[in-house]
Design a protein around this ligand. Sequence first.
Ligand code: DG2
Length: 248
Amino acid sequence: MTYKLILLRHGHSEWNAKNLFTGWVDVDLNDQGREEAARGGELLVENNLLPDVLYTSLLKRAINTANISLDKADRGWIPVKRDWRLNERHYGALQGKDKAQTLAEYGEEQFMEWRRSYDTPPPPLSDDSEFSQAHDPRYADLGDALPRTECLKDVLVRLLPYWESDIKEDLKAGKTVLVTAHGNSLRALVKHLDGISDDAIASLNIPTGIPLVYDLDEDFQPVKPGGTYLDPDAAAEAILAVANQGKK
Ligand code: DG2
């Protein structure tokens, strides 16, 4: 008996298309992203992977990806749990900035440190920035826990308790769980599942809109390390595109 976990990074967003750091800014999917989400749902059906419960972040690019995918799979009716702990990594003062311009301005080393190091957060975002979430009602309950910037380690620290208390419990109950989230919140979860080192996680990238399936054994160890992308060719191409973002 294995537990079935499906991870799905939202489809291409308006800001993925513009090559802007997004983080907690609540941008929607673009047409490409909606198509990816629909294809994601078809892949679930083709592989007979029908989710029993959905987990999403509080951000509409993940919520709408889930809605479109589940509609394709005729599973729009399943219970939904939304939580800020699945949100994208807060990108601090980089939110709203152009990735190519940031790379040109700060150089590749600093750029990659901010994007992919495990424990170096970008500078914090000021509460009076147009890209701040300090006054967003959906985070009113967070109080001092509301991040102004995060590194991947911070994401893992806020995500793991939720994985343990909620997501794992649904898996233990035998449910097929779909998690729709983000490039970095999913990198944090995959780091935990696969036991990837702080250094090695830098080179792991997650493509948009392609379901990644983990069969987990009774100790929640992946039966196949790295899981299985339902469209491996498309995933390989898209992973490269994410890795090269910002570069000419
Ligand atoms: C991207 C990830 O997050 O960017 O916040 O810009 O998955 O919500 O589109 P997502 C962002 P990188 O860390 O890959 O630059």
